[in-house]
Write a protein that binds this ligand. Structure first.
Ligand SMILES: [Zn+2]
Length: 439
């Protein structure tokens, strides 16, 4: 049985930089001038020792990132984004901007940017990565995007390749990238589909960085299930990220027994490093919280908790490296008691992590904790939102608890970005991209 409370990764003999500064200051107050010189020497020795510890880690991290980027087939060059505005509208205190930008030659991305109407300086920002069948108009992602914007955070919601406006027929929940033969074609081209999901998210960061209203040092990535897997990769490989919510996912070999979109990259990653080394790649630039349901049998397939124990071991090892960098507490796990496979990125625990690591302009931690909550199943029913049968159970989606900010769902048609004659064009579709990358 797993712990039901926030599980900080175990860090033994943790002496953060804050501890060192405190000790030095206390002694310094008692010293005469001669002691100050001694202290400066001591500081130099400590700083040098710390950098001697950190330097080999940094070098090893970057060497591993290079190998993993190559393994995923992430392009080494980036073309001009050529961002094209497709208008915007205001609803319930939120502006929803519509954009199309170029991820790579022959592959363009329709994306929404949710933001508060009133700005008070550069905003923190979040990029979504998606679970199987999810896209920008899916209920959980649309709910979270509106919620984050109400908390003062810009949220970039693009369609993942193969879904919604990047699907040949505009279909949702199609899982087009899982169609037999797709992963083989990607692999033959040296571009795993996971690498495409990760690269498009990285281009999302590039897009945010073109904007003066985004705080460049406060960008995070958030995703559930397959999107949790993708968020983990983005946090590991893109050092511009400062926060990640990896939900509905484990850092354990059980994630090799999955569909090719995740099993192939995980299997190949494991030939290059351990899960602990993988988790360490986000240290110290990105604060990572893994949130799972205690009874999520989609991830912990055999229900023994082995997936969680493996993840805890990896996170505990990574926490030591975070601590060595002076970033104690920046990687943690949290489990929902009795919870199944749910979109925990929209939970209060997630909001607290976002508040601590990106900021929530205008909102205090107390304000977040005091928010009322609602049940997602009842909310979906009240708004006539059909749920996928497999997940429409109290254990999974119907049991989700969401902070209640008076949010109403937005319709797919309302969130559409492309013109009707653009839908299905190769530059937007999975099929068009597969033809383009063919060797
Ligand atoms: Zn898949």
């Amino acid at each position: 049985m797993m712990s039901l409370v926030m599980m900080p990764a175990e860090v033994k003999n943790d002496r953060s930089h804050i501890g060192w500064i405190g000790e030095t200051s206390a002694i310094g107050l008692r010293c005469r001038a001669g002691c100050v010189v001694g202290l400066l020497v001591l500081c130099w020795v400590v700083t040098t020792a710390c950098s001697q510890v950190k330097q080999p880690i940094v070098v090893k991290q970057e060497q591993l990132r290079v190998k993993l980027r190559q393994m995923l087939g992430i392009p080494s060059s980036r073309c001009d984004l050529l961002p094209e505005s497709r208008g915007q509208y205001e609803k319930d205190g939120i502006i929803i901007e519509k954009w199309v930008w170029t991820a790579e030659p022959g592959s363009r991305v329709p994306a929404l940017l949710y933001r508060p109407v009133h700005l008070d300086g550069p905003m923190p920002a979040i990029i979504f990565t998606y679970g199987h069948g999810d896209s920008k108009s899916s209920w959980s992602y649309n709910y979270a995007a509106q919620m984050f914007a109400k908390l003062g955070i810009a949220t970039l919601a693009m369609d993942p390749i193969g879904e919604e406006e990047r699907n040949l027929k505009g279909g949702m929940a199609t899982r087009a990238h899982d169609v037999k033969g797709v992963s083989e074609r990607c692999d033959a081209a040296g571009r795993l589909i996971m690498g495409k999901f990760v690269f498009d998210a990285m281009r999302g960061v590039d897009f945010l960085l073109t904007r003066s209203d985004i705080a460049k040092d406060r960008i995070g990535v958030v995703g559930n299930s397959l999107g949790g897997a993708t968020a983990g990769w983005v946090a590991a490989l893109d050092t511009r990220l400062r926060m990640a919510l990896v939900t509905g996912w484990a850092y354990d070999d059980i994630m090799i027994q999955t569909k090719p979109c995740t099993s192939w990259p995980n299997e190949r990653m494991r030939k290059l490093c351990t899960w602990a080394e993988y988790a360490t790649l986000s240290a110290p630039h990105c604060a990572v919280l893994l949130i799972n349901g205690e009874n999520d049998v989609v991830v912990d397939r055999d229900g023994t908790g082995a997936a969680w124990r493996g993840t805890q071991a990896a996170v505990s090892e990574a926490a030591k490296v975070y601590a060595a960098f002076g970033a104690s507490g920046k990687i943690k796990m949290w489990f929902e008691p009795g919870g199944g496979h749910r979109p925990y990125f929209a939970s209060k625990i997630a909001l607290e992590w976002i508040h601590q690591n990106l900021g929530t302009p205008g909102w205090t931690i107390e304000g977040i904790r005091q928010l009322p909550t609602l049940n997602a199943g009842k909310w979906c029913d009240a708004h006539s939102i059909p749920l996928e049968k497999h997940y429409a159970t109290p254990l999974h989606w119907r049991g989700t608890t969401l902070p209640d900010l008076g949010i109403c769902p937005q319709l797919c048609a309302e969130l559409a970005i492309l013109q009707s004659d653009e839908l299905g064009k190769p530059e937007f579709t999975l099929e068009g991209w597969l033809d383009r990358i063919k060797r």
